[in-house]
Design a protein around this ligand. Structure first.
Ligand SMILES: Cc1cc2nc3c(=O)[nH]c(=O)nc-3n(C[C@H](O)[C@H](O)[C@H](O)COP(=O)(O)OP(=O)(O)OC[C@H]3O[C@@H](n4cnc5c(N)ncnc54)[C@H](O)[C@@H]3O)c2cc1C
Ligand code: FES
Length: 256
């Protein structure tokens, strides 16, 4: 795992993917060269108190740029969405454990909402390694669809594009030939990750999920980002830090 550091990053590209979501490229060779899929960065949002966490969506190692996607939901994200090229921000990263794809030739990537950003980084990394990758993405409706590439299985709740239903309807269309050599990875809302974990478990496949708890320090100090994971102790569970021990967990370990 790469070592996190505090950086001064500079915005170099920005585009809006839809009315409330933008895609930002920041110059930072340290993060671009060391980040792995599933890791995240904690970025200062103007004068807003506390940095905000975002999954790394892509890296351009040659030019020292990393990308994030930001959906505007409150003060911090609206400040970041107002950034213009040339602006600098403070950034801690890369943070967290990231996905471990070791030992699997077939990977099913599943994303929903802003989870499609880390899934994009995983897709780019795995295809460059020559792995057999299938991507299934779910959105509420056609206007919410972002970063969807040809060949991806697409579902929408509304059915106005893609398969009508949740990502499970999309996953059900896949033919699983070698479950023990197939890893499922999922980033999205909690109900989606729980359902995808159960779907994978029902087919004897391991499923890694990336939890997006509310965070403050992002560095394992404040203990505000805990996730309950199964444990042999008297309580049957223990609290671990999403930012430090996660954000990626085996879905079977999470107390949903
Ligand atoms: C590891 C990790 C990776 C993330 N990756 C992305 C990403 O790639 N793109 C992206 O747009 N967002 C991502 N998020 C969520 C993002 O960090 C929050 O949306 C952001 O911090 C909200 O800040 P705000 O000041 O705009 O909103 P606030 O004013 O703090 O909150 C506004 C609303 O957003 C909700 N909210 C805040 N934080 C979270 C959270 N962590 N999860 C769910 N809801 C939240 C609040 O409950 C509230 O309803 C990620 C979060 C984590 C922990
Ligand atoms: S955000 Fe502070 S310990 Fe995780």
């Amino acid at each position: 795992m790469s070592q996190k550091q505090e950086y001064k990053i500079r915005l170099v590209t920005k585009e809006f993917l839809n009315s409330d979501t933008c895609y930002l490229g920041f110059e930072c060779p340290g993060i671009a060269s060391s980040a792995i899929p599933g890791q995240f960065v904690n970025i200062s949002a103007g004068t807003v108190f506390l940095k905000r966490p975002f999954g790394i969506a892509s890296v351009d190692k040659a030019n020292g740029i990393f990308y994030i996607g930001v959906k505007i939901v409150g003060k911090g994200t609206s400040e970041i969405a107002k950034f213009e090229p040339g602006l600098t921000a403070d950034c801690l990263g890369p943070l967290g454990n990231g996905f471990d794809f070791e030992g699997y030739d077939n990977i099913i990537l599943t994303g929903g909402g802003t989870g499609v950003f880390p899934i994009n980084f995983a897709y780019e990394t795995l295809t460059s390694l020559g792995k057999n990758v299938t991507v299934c993405e779910g959105f509420r409706n056609a206007s919410q669809v972002i970063l969807n590439k040809p060949g991806y299985v697409l579902t929408t709740d509304s059915g106005d594009t893609g398969i009508k239903g949740t990502v499970i309807a999309g996953l059900d269309t896949l033919e699983i030939k070698d479950p023990s050599n197939t890893l499922v990875c999922c980033v999205g809302p909690i109900p989606m990750m729980k359902a995808v974990g159960a779907w994978a478990g029902g087919k004897n496949m391991k499923c890694l999920v990336s939890m997006e708890q509310r965070m403050a320090c992002g560095a394992g100090i404040c203990l505000c980002c805990t996730v309950k994971v199964k444990d042999d102790g008297p309580d049957g569970y223990k609290n671990v830090r999403c930012c430090k021990e996660g954000p990626v967990f085996d879905s079977r370990e999470v107390v949903w």
